[in-house]
Design a protein around this ligand. Structure first.
Ligand code: IPM
Ligand code: MG
Length: 368
């Protein structure tokens, strides 16, 4: 059988630094677990713009369509703020999501015991937290037409369109219900059915899919603004949250911070099954390119490492090895190792990105 294939797009800012640690872990799997990944590397975002004048070339796009999974670091940076909208670094990422049709974005927010003190919320509110936001990723206001800045009379008007078809809602709802069945069997769907027709349709379709196909799963509905409030009030009431593209963007940043650091959270963006039965997939940290700390060895590689663990689970059918990586991360945190983003107000001495990666490798060795 062919080796599993991976396209690595490290991107901008801290992307290459955190990805370097993941590459060590990929190497570890070859050396210690006899699983050799065929790895190709390419450019996305600002670095692709610098090299080719576009944030993602057609050739890179074609490669992404062929591999078993794409692993992405981060895109963007102040250097590119003035670029035309059509070639901004983020457009590269959005093109990957759209053309690979990665409609289901899983964003887990899990609070590691060792970091429960670290959240801005009280320890009892976040300790043991384990929720997943399933964000619709290829439609809604991110892609709806018409869009643009137009002139009306003597002023400009900015327009974006929130648009959802039934089938787009149904497929992401199914993905949330399937996931819930493997967890605590609870889904909360969030929209603004009180002010948006697309929200009314969202609520109806999620309920229909539930009643017809997943009556065993506990389903509730919430307005997204209330959902944001409930997430900070008592997040442990949730198991799986399913929501649209824009609400999911906002709510997942909010959920991320419950866990103490954005530097900890991985994500998986999944599409329809490929010929091998596994979904088309892209894995990336929830954090951005953090240009302010790029190149200084301060970045936390854990979100990127855990994104690779998600790839093991969802793309390579290696759930046990995914758990092995997650346990290794838990171990180094329990041992008190901290990158700069995990320094409390009392300070302490942070370790570097590379030291964190090395510590995870040591923990992986110990797991054998
Ligand atoms: C995210 C990011 C992206 C988004 C940006 C970088 C385009 O915020 O993945 O949450 O808005 O989806
Ligand atoms: Mg975001």
């Amino acid at each position: 059988m062919a080796n599993p294939s991976l396209l690595i797009l490290a991107g901008d800012g801290i992307g290459p630094e955190v990805m370097a640690e993941v590459k060590k872990i990929i190497g570890w799997f070859g050396a210690k677990r006899g699983v050799t990944f065929d790895v190709t590397e390419d450019l996305v975002g600002g670095c692709a713009y610098d090299a080719h004048g576009v944030p993602l070339t057609d050739a890179t796009m074609a490669k992404a369509q062929e591999v078993d999974a794409v692993l992405l670091g981060a895109v963007g940076g102040p250097k590119y703020d003035k670029l035309d909208f059509s070639v901004k670094p983020e457009r590269g990422l959005l093109r990957l999501r759209k053309e690979m049709d990665l409609f289901s974005n899983l964003r887990p927010a899990q609070c590691f015991d060792a970091l429960a003190d670290f959240s801005s919320l009280k320890k009892e509110v976040v300790a043991g937290l384990d929720i997943v936001i399933v964000r619709e990723l290829t439609s809604g206001v991110y892609f709806g037409e018409p869009r643009g800045i137009f002139v009306e009379g003597n002023e400009r008007v900015g327009i974006n369109t929130q648009r959802y078809t039934e089938s787009e809602i149904a497929r992401v709802a199914r993905s949330a219900f399937e996931l819930a069945r493997k967890r605590a069997n609870k889904v909360c769907s969030m929209e603004k059915a009180n002010v948006m027709e697309s929200g009314i349709l969202w609520r109806d379709v999620v309920q229909e899919i539930h009643d017809k196909e997943y009556p065993d799963v506990e389903l509730s509905h919430m307005y997204a603004d209330n959902g944001a409030m409930q997430l900070v009030r008592w997040p442990k009431q949730f198991d799986v949250i399913v929501t649209d593209n824009l609400f999911g963007d906002v709510l997942s940043d909010c959920a991320a911070m419950l866990t103490g650091s954005l530097g900890m959270l991985p994500s998986a963006s999944l599409g329809a099954p490929m010929a091998n039965g596994r979904p088309k997939a892209l894995y990336e940290p929830v954090h951005g390119s953090a240009p302010d700390i790029a190149g200084q060895g301060k970045a936390n590689p854990i979100a990127c490492v855990l994104s690779f663990a998600m790839a093991l689970r969802y793309s390579f059918n290696m759930g046990d090895d995914a758990t092995r990586v997650e346990k290794a991360v838990e171990k180094v945190l329990a041992d008190g190792l901290r990158t700069a983003d995990l320094m409390g107000p009392d300070g302490g001495t942070p370790i570097t990105t590379t030291q964190m990666g090395d510590a995870i490798l040591v923990a992986l060795d110990a797991s054998l």
